[in-house]
Design a binder for this molecule. Structure first.
Ligand SMILES: Cc1ncc(COP(=O)(O)O)c(C=O)c1O
Length: 297
């Protein structure tokens, strides 16, 4: 198995050798932001969208990354090359950096930036084929009045609690509702349902991250002529859906076969299958094309 690698503030090293201080506010308070990025054919998928979102998350928490987008783009490419595999997962993290004990970040002088390259299988192949069994978690997604769901911060505790609920219930994934009981998203993925041939997904104001895979689904649905709408959904909509699936960089596309013990209409369903096929083609199209143009340079 290839050893995980880490680009750490400009230096490449085995991930096992990379260290952050116990005084880093990223560790002490979850004060920082991150991106999960997949690469295929040795090229990161939708890298510019990930870097844009990272800078938006950082701006929202007043964190100035010590590298610009071009430098991070290059760092990502160097990390993929150093890792030496065609496919894998990257975790790009910007922490507030080392400061004093206490929440005040003003003494944190320099954010730490690191990129880990490794493999990540969020769901087993069996679940990916047969569909995920899900539960609706008792733990709720924080609303924008608490922490705006569009900020991809290092605070994942309520998602972790929801994931533990899924594990305790013998399910594969948990779905979080927001404070008023509307469907927000999965623990590390967005959610879509199909009703009468149409795709429906919760809007970000209901607690969904502005997922990059979600955005790709919007594009593919348009190409395939499938109607796709952002709308508020409740548990009833999930229980009675014709199809349901999860999307995320880590998860990729995963069909859902059950929500709270209710089997869904079909899994994997026809619309899921169309989108899955189109998604695989998009990955090949985008990553192969970029690889070839890089080779020509
Ligand atoms: C809470 C949450 N929602 C949704 C997603 C999916 O977003 P993306 O498709 O950009 O990976 C993620 C991905 O990490 C996530 O952490």
């Amino acid at each position: 198995m290839t050893e995980a690698i880490c680009w750490f503030n400009g230096e490449m090293m085995p991930a096992s050798a990379a260290r952050v201080s116990v005084l880093d506010h990223g560790l002490l308070y979850g004060d920082g932001v991150f991106e999960g990025i997949r690469f295929y054919n040795g090229r990161a998928l939708r890298l510019s969208r990930h870097i844009d979102r990272l800078f938006r998350s950082a701006a929202a928490i007043r964190l100035a990354a010590p590298y610009d987008a071009g430098a991070l783009d290059m760092a990502v490419h160097d990390t993929i090359s150093a890792y030496g595999q065609d496919r894998g997962y990257l975790r790009l993290v910007v922490t507030r950096g080392v400061g004093k004990l206490g929440l005040d970040p003003s003494a944190c002088q320099r954010p730490n930036v690191f990129i880990i390259a490794d493999q990540l299988a969020m769901m087993s192949e069996t679940v990916r084929h047969a569909g995920a069994r899900t539960i609706i978690a008792a733990t709720r997604r924080l609303g924008a009045d608490g922490l705006d769901p569009r900020i991809k911060s290092l605070n994942y505790l309520n998602h972790i609690l929801a994931r533990m609920e899924a594990g305790n219930a013998g399910a594969d994934e948990a779905i979080l509702l927001n404070a008023v009981g509307h469907v927000a998203e999965g623990t590390a993925d967005n959610i879509f349902i199909v009703r009468h041939g149409k795709l429906l997904t919760p809007p970000c104001c209901d607690g969904a991250l502005e997922g990059i895979t979600r955005e790709i689904i919007f594009e593919l649905a348009q190409e395939l002529g499938i109607d796709c709408t952002e709308t508020t959904l409740g548990p009833y909509d999930l229980y009675t859906a014709d199809e349901c699936f999860l999307t995320g960089t880590g998860a990729e596309l995963v069909p859902v076969r059950e929500v709270d013990g209710r089997p869904l209409g079909s899994c994997p369903g026809r619309i899921f299958f169309m989108l899955q096929t189109a998604f695989q083609k998009l990955i090949e199209r985008e990553t192969m094309a970029r690889r070839l143009s890089a080779l020509r340079k």
